[in-house]
Design a protein around this ligand. Structure first.
Ligand code: SAM
Ligand code: SF4
Length: 322
């Protein structure tokens, strides 16, 4: 469906839990976190019904995210349910990869189309610092397992002052493993600790660093999946890699998505303060149009551009799922 600015909105990002087995410094607060009670979380059948209805207004691609989606019991089962929906062409997931080794086979069996794995560093100690005690080897073994069984894996790196020195190693790792890699600008959010002053690394700076190591790059129109990454060709080593510059060069004019939180709030934009409750609709007597009506309202409310940098950053990534 086209929104009022002519953008084609066909991509649904669904957070299936606000819980996580990591506590990344730029995403989760350190102290006690008030989780959404289980009774308020959309059940898989409810998600499946929402997605099925969403196909009627042109949605064809779904990403399952979190918190950490693989901590929710039966997450691969949801992949299977969504893959059965006529009109859904792609079902993907974003995960921190900690449980990927355990679930890779089941995800493959259920037909997942691709998996984004978040990996900010190849250094065990730094990984522990960034994720507040995560074990890097769990992720690396998950990636290997997934690749060995033929899953399509892509790497997501949030680049900031604490890991910017690893940009070249991460690019080389992606080349060695034969996987696509994307560097994401860190978004300062009020809901968790802001990394120290000067932590932000712009996409322009990323390109400078890449060129200083690998020589001139070439900008391309290459498109991978439904994401907003701009791809560059690093000619000297023959790889295409993505940069997601949500802060310095927002890609709002080509935005194709809306989001649903795990408790059923439909968000027109990552940075929206408003949301529409879809859980109440699926939990009471309803017709299919009642579900699509909520989605249409959210699409109608999509802003022309996000307000991440206007001091309106009170978003909680762990609830919205990135
Ligand atoms: N737990 C899963 C994971 O980490 O991949 C999925 C949810 S996580 C919120 C989705 C993505 O958002 C991850 O790639 C994560 O690195 C990114 N993210 C979280 N906080 C961020 C921030 N402040 N700025 C930029 N990206 C962020
Ligand atoms: Fe968990 Fe993902 Fe947030 Fe890290 S980025 S704390 S893995 S939800």
């Amino acid at each position: 469906m086209r929104d009022r600015y002519g953008r084609d909105i066909y991509y649904l990002r669904i957070s299936i839990t606000d819980r996580c087995n990591l506590r990344c410094i730029y995403c989760m607060p350190n102290g006690i976190v008030n989780y959404i009670p289980h009774k308020d979380i959309l059940r898989f059948e409810e998600i499946s019904e929402i997605v099925d209805s969403a196909t009627e207004i042109g949605f064809s691609s779904v990403r399952i995210t979190g918190g950490e989606p693989l901590v929710r019991k039966g997450a691969p089962k949801l992949v299977g349910l969504l893959k059965e929906i006529k009109g859904i062409k792609r079902v993907t997931m974003t995960t921190n990869g900690i449980l990927l080794n355990k679930y890779a086979e089941e995800l493959k069996e259920k037909g997942i189309d691709s998996i984004n794995v978040s990996l900010d560093t190849l250094d065990t100690k730094k990984y522990r610092l960034i994720t507040r005690n995560g074990n890097l080897n769990d992720v690396l073994s998950g990636i290997e397992k997934a690749l060995n069984i033929g899953l399509d894996i892509r790497l997501n790196v949030v680049l900031q002052k604490g890991n910017v020195d690893e940009i070249k190693e991460l690019i080389r790792y992606s080349k060695t493993m034969g996987v696509s890699i994307r560097f994401i600008e860190y978004m300062p959010l009020d809901s968790c600790i802001n990394l120290s002053e000067g932590s932000f690394v712009s996409s322009g700076r990323m390109i400078e660093l890449i060129e200083s190591e690998f020589g001139p790059i070439e900008e391309t129109d290459y498109v991978v999946g439904d994401g907003p990454a701009k791809y560059i060709n690093i000619k000297s080593i023959g790889i295409y890699m993505g940069i997601i510059s949500a802060v310095s060069t927002p890609f709002c004019s080509s935005c194709n998505r809306i989001r649903i939180t795990s408790n059923g709030i439909v968000k027109p934009c990552l940075a929206s303060n408003i949301g529409y409750d879809i859980r109440n609709v699926v939990r009471r007597g309803h017709k299919r149009e009642d579900i699509t009506d909520v989605l249409i309202k959210a699409i109608d409310d999509k802003p022309l551009k996000h307000h991440l940098t206007d001091g309106n950053s009170n978003i909680e990534m762990r609830k919205i799922g990135g």
